[in-house]
Design a protein around this ligand. Structure first.
Ligand code: SF4
Ligand code: SF4
Length: 334
């Protein structure tokens, strides 16, 4: 069922959460760049731009400590991080392409190993999605089966209205519970219509055809052409809402240090570099092939969907202009 919240009441809603100690992570300006970050006040919100990086950091930080150690004489002290201490969080203003990546990550982090660092944050987070009213040339959510109004991954979903304020729909019990806690700020309906939604200018890509080609073309001369420009900077993985590779590294000395979980990227030359010195992906095209294979074949083999939500960030930001939508579209015609 839909309900309505005015812009003023929305600010009150967020400020009430912040005052109560809830971590509210939302798009805000940081040194000229919009990022999903904890708000001090709802006045900091910037809702007219897709944040530069995705919302996955609310559950899966770029870098986090897992434990620390200290050695004094023969005595070694370990200090672990207790996920139970992670704060209750509302991830607010999440675009459909970012929200849809949340269940994609859930599947990975609860598959063969229950990653309590990710899962405890997920349990404690309510995701409030926001419909998109503008798209640029890089957006292609519709090509991968999503839309500017897709509610996948959202607990509550807001749609901007022509007269101001937002239509609000609860998509899960968690969302409904949050809505009921703040019922007084919502009204039954609005006299206005929703603002027109964004219209990404990309046709639906036949992902079944893409996968069928990938299933049979691990070795193909096309890979050399597809990724010769890639410089292996890893940016595409770091800005992606669905990429989730990480490395666990011990940092410190024999006396003291930390075990940390850091994002990794298959574009990096060391990504599969073995201790023996052998690297099965010893050239950049092999590494870029892995990116495409993982997103449109391996993840699909395991979890039945693609690992790309069409947010377009990797297209906008790739320093050498590699366009994953164009590559996948071309594969779909082979
Ligand atoms: S952002 Fe571009 S250059 Fe950098 S790793 Fe990704 S595809 Fe390669
Ligand atoms: S692969 Fe590129 S377009 Fe697809 S979800 Fe990741 S960053 Fe967005």
């Amino acid at each position: 069922m839909h309900t309505f919240i005015s812009a003023h009441n929305l600010n009150t809603f967020l400020n009430t959460l912040i005052a109560a100690g809830t971590r509210v992570v939302a798009p805000r300006l940081n040194a000229g760049t919009v990022l999903y970050e904890p708000l001090q006040n709802a006045a900091e919100l910037v809702l007219d731009q897709l944040p530069r990086r995705s919302g996955k950091e609310a559950f899966f930080p770029l870098c986090e400590d897992i434990m620390s150690y200290r050695k004094e004489g023969q005595q070694v002290t370990l200090q672990t991080v207790d996920p139970a201490l992670f704060p209750e969080t509302v991830l607010f203003g999440v675009r459909p392409c970012d929200a849809a990546a949340v269940p994609v990550l859930d599947a990975v982090f609860s598959w063969d190993y229950q990653d309590e660092f990710f899962l405890e944050r997920r349990r404690k987070t309510t995701v409030i999605g926001l419909a998109c009213t503008s798209a640029d040339d890089a957006c292609f959510c519709t090509a991968v089966g999503l839309s500017p109004a897709a509610t996948a991954g959202s607990d509550l979903f807001l749609t901007p209205m022509s007269g101001g304020g937002y239509r609000c729909a609860a998509c899960t019990e968690k969302g409904e519970a949050l809505l009921q806690q703040h019922r007084g700020l919502f009204s039954p309906s609005s006299d206005h219509e929703p603002l027109p939604l964004a219209e990404p200018q990309v046709e639906r890509i036949d992902l079944a055809r893409v996968k069928a080609w990938l299933d049979t073309h691990f070795e193909d001369p096309a890979w050399d052409g597809i990724a010769t420009r890639c410089v292996g900077c890893g940016l595409c993985a770091f800005v992606c809402p669905a990429c989730h590779c990480f490395d666990i590294v011990d940092e410190g000395t024999e006396k003291a240090g930390k075990r940390r979980k850091n994002w990794d990227a298959c574009g990096f030359w060391k990504f599969t570099h073995h201790a023996s010195g052998h690297n099965p992906r010893d050239q950049q095209p092999k590494r870029y092939r892995n990116r495409i294979m993982h997103k449109f074949k391996y993840y699909d083999d395991k979890f039945g969907q693609t690992l790309c939500t069409g947010c377009g960030r990797c297209i906008r930001l790739c320093p050498v202009g590699i366009d994953i939508a164009a590559i996948v579209d071309e594969i779909s015609t082979k």
